[in-house]
Design a protein around this ligand. Structure first.
Ligand SMILES: *[C@@H]1O[C@H](CO)[C@@H](O)[C@H](O)[C@H]1NC(C)=O
Ligand SMILES: *[C@@H]1O[C@H](CO)[C@@H](O)[C@H](O)[C@H]1NC(C)=O
Ligand SMILES: *[C@@H]1O[C@H](CO)[C@@H](O)[C@H](O)[C@H]1NC(C)=O
Ligand SMILES: *[C@@H]1O[C@H](CO)[C@@H](O)[C@H](O)[C@H]1NC(C)=O
Length: 361
C-alpha cells in the first residue's frame, strides 16, 4: 500500500494536460471481454480468437454476392462491419479497433513477486535494482520473452487461419519492456499482402502510470534510438525523461487525462484517418486500465503478455480548441531501508517515519 498525500506546494510539477474534446465509447456486443459473464482472471485471448464473438453482423448481407461468401472468416466479416460503420458515420465520428497489448513479464514484475507487494512499494521499487537484477526501466525476463513470442505465434495463426486484418498503425510506449515486446510480437510475421509494415511510433503518452518506482523511469532518447534505430519516435520526444522524478506520482485522474490526450493523437489524425481502422498499442497494465476507463470499457486486467481488442467509437465534441487543465500529482511515502516485511502497509524499522525523498541515485 502506498501512502499518498496531496501536496499543493508541488502543484507546479503537475502534468499539464491538453483536454481533447473527443468523447469515446466502447461498442459492445463484439468481444467476449465486454461481457460481464467473462472472467478476466481465467481468460486466454489465444484460446478464443482474441475474444471475437461468433455471430452474424447487420452488414453481412452486403457480402452475399461474393462467390467465397461461405468461406469468409469471423474476422473478415467483422472488418467489413467496422468499415461500414465508418462509411456511414458523419465526419465527426470515427470507429477504430485498438489491440491493447500488455508487455511480457519484466524484472520489476519478478521482483515485486519476490519481495511481496508491500515491501516492493515501500522500498525496493524505489531502487534501480538489487545486486543481481536491474529494474530501472526493466527489460523482459525469459518468461516475458516467451509471452511475447506466444503473441507472435498467435498473430501468425490469426493471419493464416482467420485472414485477420493486421494493424494499419502501430504505437508503442517508450519503456524497454514494451519496445522489446512489440519487437518480438511483430517482427518477422508474414503479413498479408497490402498490409501496413510494422513500423511502430514510439509515443511518450502510452507509457505506464508514472509512479516513484524506477521501472517507470525511461532511458534517454539516444539509448532508445540506438536499440531500435528504424522505429520513428514521435516529434517533441525529449532526450531525458522529463516526467519521472522519483518523488511525485501521477494520480489516476492525471493518468486518465493523459490517456485521453494520447487517444486524441490516434483518432482524427488526417483526412484518411477512418481508413486506419486497426491500431496496435503496446503498453502496460496500469495504462491499459486507464485507457479502458477513458473509453468506458469495463475493468479487464490483463496478464503479462496478454492482448485485448476493443472497438471504440470516437465523436468530436463541439469546437476543436483544446483547453489546458492541470491535474496534481501526489507524493508517496516510503522507507530508506527495507521495511518490516510482516506488515501489510509501509512500516519502516525502528519506528522511523516514512519519507518522500528520492532514493535512487
Ligand atoms: C466460434 O466457433 C468455433 C467453431 O465454429 C469455435 O471453435 C470457437 O471456439 C468459437 N469461438 C468463440 C469465441 O466462441
Ligand atoms: C534480486 O531480485 C530478483 C527478482 O527480480 C531475485 O530473483 C534475486 O534473488 C534478488 N537478488 C538478491 C541478491 O536478493
Ligand atoms: C544516454 O544514456 C546513456 C546511458 O544510459 C549514456 O551513456 C549517454 O551518454 C546518454 N546520452 C545522452 C545524449 O545524454
Ligand atoms: C528484435 O527482435 C528480433 C527477433 O525478432 C531480435 O533478433 C532482436 O534482437 C530484437 N531487438 C532488440 C533490440 O531487442
Amino acid at each position: 500500500m502506498k501512502v499518498s498525500v496531496l501536496v499543493p506546494a508541488l502543484l507546479g510539477l503537475a502534468a499539464s494536460v491538453q483536454a481533447v474534446n473527443i468523447e469515446y465509447t466502447t461498442v459492445k456486443g463484439f468481444f467476449l471481454q465486454d461481457e460481464t459473464s467473462t472472467d478476466p482472471s481465467t481468460f486466454d485471448y489465444t484460446a478464443v480468437n482474441f475474444g471475437l464473438i461468433n455471430r452474424t453482423y447487420p452488414t453481412d448481407h452486403l457480402l452475399k454476392h461474393l462467390s467465397d461468401y461461405n468461406t469468409l472468416t469471423q474476422w473478415e466479416r467483422f472488418y467489413h462491419q467496422v468499415r461500414e460503420l465508418n462509411e456511414w458515420s458523419p465526419r465527426d465520428v470515427e470507429y477504430k479497433v485498438l489491440f491493447l497489448g500488455r508487455h511480457g513479464e519484466g524484472w520489476h514484475n519478478a521482483a515485486e513477486s519476490y519481495y511481496g507487494t508491500p515491501a516492493w512499494n515501500c522500498y525496493w521499487a524505489e531502487l534501480n535494482g538489487n545486486s543481481s537484477a536491474t529494474w530501472f526501466d526493466a527489460s523482459l525476463t525469459n518468461n516475458g520473452i516467451a509471452q511475447a513470442l506466444t503473441a507472435h505465434t498467435f498473430w501468425q495463426k490469426e493471419i493464416d487461419e482467420q485472414r485477420i486484418h493486421t494493424p494499419d498503425n502501430y504505437f508503442v510506449s517508450p519503456l524497454l519492456r514494451t519496445l522489446q515486446t512489440a519487437n518480438l510480437t511483430f517482427t518477422g510475421l508474414s503479413l498479408p499482402k497490402g498490409s501496413a509494415a510494422f513500423n511502430p511510433t514510439i509515443k511518450e503518452l502510452f507509457r505506464e502510470g508514472i509512479s516513484i518506482h524506477t521501472c517507470d523511469h525511461r532511458h534517454n532518447r539516444s539509448t532508445i534510438h540506438s536499440l531500435f534505430p528504424s522505429w520513428p519516435i514521435e516529434p517533441g520526444f525529449s532526450e531525458e525523461d522529463e516526467l519521472w522524478n522519483g518523488v511525485t506520482a501521477e494520480t489516476s485522474d492525471a493518468q486518465d487525462a493523459r490517456s485521453a490526450k494520447a487517444l486524441g493523437e490516434v483518432f482524427f489524425t488526417s483526412a484518411s484517418s477512418k481508413k486506419d481502422m486497426f491500431v496496435s498499442v503496446t503498453s502496460h497494465s496500469g495504462e491499459i486500465s486507464s485507457i479502458l476507463r477513458v473509453i468506458g470499457h469495463r475493468a479487464f486486467s490483463l496478464n503479462t503478455g496478454a492482448i485485448i481488442p476493443v472497438l471504440i467509437r470516437a465523436k468530436k465534441q463541439g469546437d476543436q480548441h483544446a483547453t489546458t487543465s492541470s491535474v496534481p500529482w501526489t507524493v508517496s511515502a516510503h522507507c530508506t531501508v527495507p521495511p518490516v516485511t510482516s506488515a501489510s502497509a509501509c512500516v519502516c524499522p525502528s519506528s522511523a517515519a516514512p519519507v518522500t525523498t528520492l532514493l535512487s541515485a
